[in-house]
Write a protein that binds this ligand. Structure first.
Ligand code: HEM
Length: 458
C-alpha cells in the first residue's frame, strides 16, 4: 500500500514550498468540465497531483489533503490551529450557532450538554421505535411498485429523530420539512460559493431559500413552544436543553434553543436517510450481496424484530452499511480554515488556507481500497470483527477529532435496524438502467430522488 507521488512543490517568493495543483484558467476549466462538479474535480486533483493539492477558488486559497497522516494532523493533533471553513458560514444561515457550526468555549459547553443524549443506554432505548416507524412506513408499500426510496428514508429517519430526541410526532410536518430541506440543499452550494459576501448582498435563489427556512423555523419554534406550554418533562434531549443554566442562572434563549433543535433534527436525520437510500441503491445493483444480506436477516432474526442490543449478530448488515458509506459518504467533505501557518505532509501552508478533507476522494483512493469503485462489503469483515486492516484515518464517514459526529452510534444503530427491518419484508431492484447522480450539497444526496422497485419477500 502506498500513496501517489506528489509533483515537485512550487517555491513562492516568500520562499515557502506550496503544494502542486491546478493554477489559473486550468483550474476553472477543469472544474467546469467535471460532470459531477466538485466530486470529479477533487478526485481529478488527487489523481493528477497527489495527496496534497493546492489551488485558489475565487481568490480563496484551498488545499485538499488526502494523506491519512495529514488528515490526522488537521482534524486531531493540530486541531486547535483550525476553525471550521467558510462553507459552514453558509450552513449557519440555517443552523445558526448550533453544535455543528459553533466554535470555542461556547461549542465545548454545548457539546458537554448534548452528549448524554447519545450514551449507549439511551440509544438502546430508542431501538423499539426505530423498527416500529419502519414497519409503519412499509405497511403502505405495494408489491412491485416503484418508489422514491430517498423520500421514504427521509420521512422515516425524520420521524425517528423527532420522536427519540424531542418526543414529538412529526408525521403531519414531515412533507413540509422534506420539501423545505430540498430547497435549502439545492441552494446551499451557491450560498457556500458566495459565503465571502456580506449577508445583505442578493444571491439568486435567496428568496426560495428564505421561504423554506421560514417553514422550518415555524416547525422548530413550535416544538419548543409546545413543550414549554404543556410543562411535560419526558426527560429527553429537549428537557436537557431547557434545564440548562449558565453561570448567572439564565436558561437558553429561544433562539439558541431553536439553533440546537434545528441542528439535531436536520443533522440527525438527513445523513442517516442518505446512508439508507444509497445502501438500497447499491443492493439493487448487486443482487448477490442483497441475497446474502437477506439470508443473514432471515436466519438470525427468524421473523422476530431486530433489536438494538443484538446487532453484533448481524455482521453482514453492518458490513453492507460500512461499504455503502465508503462509496457514498453522506458527509462527502469536511472543511477547515487555518488560524495560523501550519505544516502538513512536508508542506508549509499559510494562515487563512482552507483545508478540504474529502471522504468521497479518500474512500475511493485505489492505494487504500483495491478496485475502489466495486461494492464489496467483504472490505469490512476484519473491521467488524474488531481487527484493524486499514490505516487509521483512511475511512472517515463520521469525521475525527474533537468535532467527530456526536450522533455516530445512534446513526449506526438506526441504519442497521431500519435496513434489517426492510430486508425482512422487501427486495429492491433498479427501476431503470439510468445511473443515479450524486449531488454534493451539505450532504451527498441523490440528485433527482432515487426510484427503486420494491417486491415483497415471499
Ligand atoms: C450516517 C449518519 C451521519 C453521518 C455520516 C454524519 C457525519 C458527520 C460528520 C462527518 C461530522 C463532522 C463534521 C466536521 O468535522 O466538520 C458530523 C458532526 C455532527 N453530527 Fe453527524 N453524521 C451522521 C448522523 C448524525 C446524527 C444521527 C446526529 C444527531 C442526532 C448527528 C449530529 C451531528 C452533530 C451535532 C455534529 C457536530 C458535532 C460537533 O461539532 O461537536 N449526526 N456528523
Amino acid at each position: 500500500m502506498g500513496f501517489a507521488r506528489a509533483q515537485p512543490a512550487v517555491i513562492t517568493q516568500a520562499g515557502r514550498a506550496v503544494p502542486p495543483g491546478p493554477r489559473g484558467i486550468s483550474f476553472l476549466w477543469r472544474l467546469l468540465r467535471a460532470p459531477d462538479g466538485w466530486l470529479d474535480f477533487l478526485t481529478w486533483c488527487q489523481r493528477q497531483y497527489g495527496n496534497v493539492v493546492y489551488f485558489r477558488f475565487l481568490g480563496v486559497p484551498a488545499c485538499l489533503i488526502n494523506d491519512p497522516a495529514g488528515i490526522e494532523r488537521v482534524l486531531v493533533t493540530d486541531h486547535q490551529k483550525f476553525t471550521k471553513s467558510m462553507d459552514y458560514r453558509a450552513l449557519s444561515r440555517v443552523l445558526g450557532q448550533g453544535l455543528l457550526t459553533s466554535e470555542g468555549e461556547f461549542w465545548k459547553r454545548q457539546r458537554r450538554l448534548v452528549q448524554p443524549a447519545f450514551f449507549r443506554d439511551r440509544i438502546l432505548s430508542y431501538g423499539g421505535l426505530m423498527t416500529a416507524y419502519t414497519d409503519r412506513l412499509i405497511e403502505t408499500w405495494q408489491d412491485g411498485e416503484v418508489r422514491d426510496v430517498h423520500r421514504d428514508m427521509m420521512r422515516v429517519t425524520l420521524e425517528i429523530a423527532a420522536r427519540s430526541l424531542f418526543n414529538v410526532e412529526i408525521e403531519g410536518d414531515a412533507g413540509t420539512i422534506g420539501r423545505a430541506l430540498t430547497v435549502v440543499m439545492d441552494q446551499m452550494p451557491k450560498l457556500a460559493g458566495f459565503a465571502f459576501l456580506p449577508d445583505w448582498v442578493p444571491v439568486p435563489g435567496l428568496g426560495a431559500f428564505r421561504r423554506a427556512l421560514a417553514d422550518l423555523d415555524k416547525i422548530v419554534y413550535g416544538i419548543v413552544r409546545d413543550r414549554r406550554a404543556t410543562g411535560a418533562r419526558p426527560g429527553d434531549l429537549l428537557d436537557m436543553l431547557l434545564d440548562t443554566r449558565d453561570e448567572n442562572g439564565a436558561g437558553m434563549s429561544d433562539l439558541q434553543l431553536r439553533d440546537e433543535v434545528m441542528t439535531l433534527l436536520l443533522a440527525g436525520h438527513e445523513t442517516t436517510a442518505n446512508t439508507l437510500a444509497w445502501t438500497l441503491y447499491l443492493l439493487a445493483q448487486n443482487p448477490e450481496q442483497q441475497s446474502r444480506l437477506e439470508a443473514e436477516v432471515r436466519t438470525v432474526l427468524d421473523g422476530r424484530k431486530a433489536e438494538a442490543g443484538g446487532l453484533q449478530r448481524l455482521p453482514y448488515t453492518q458490513m453492507v452499511l460500512m461499504e455503502a458509506q465508503r462509496l457514498y459518504p453522506p458527509a462527502w467533505a469536511i472543511g477547515r480554515k487555518a488560524l495560523q501557518d501550519f505544516e502538513v505532509s512536508g508542506y508549509r501552508l499559510h494562515a487563512g488556507t482552507n483545508v478540504i478533507v474529502s471522504q468521497w476522494v479518500l474512500h475511493r483512493d485505489p492505494h487504500l481500497y483495491p478496485d475502489p469503485e466495486r461494492f464489496d462489503p467483504e472490505h469490512w469483515r476484519e473491521e467488524v470483527a474488531g481487527r484493524r486492516s486499514l490505516p487509521k484515518f483512511a475511512y472517515l464517514p463520521f469525521g475525527a477529532g474533537p468535532r467527530v459526529c456526536v450522533g455516530a452510534s445512534l446513526a449506526l444503530t438506526e441504519s442497521a435496524l431500519v435496513l434489517a427491518t426492510l430486508m425482512q419484508r422487501f427486495r429492491f431492484s433498479l427501476a431503470s438502467a439510468e445511473r443515479v447522480k450524486a449531488f454534493p450539497s451539505v450532504t451527498l444526496r441523490p440528485k433527482h430522488g432515487l426510484r427503486l422497485r420494491v417486491e415483497k419477500v415471499k
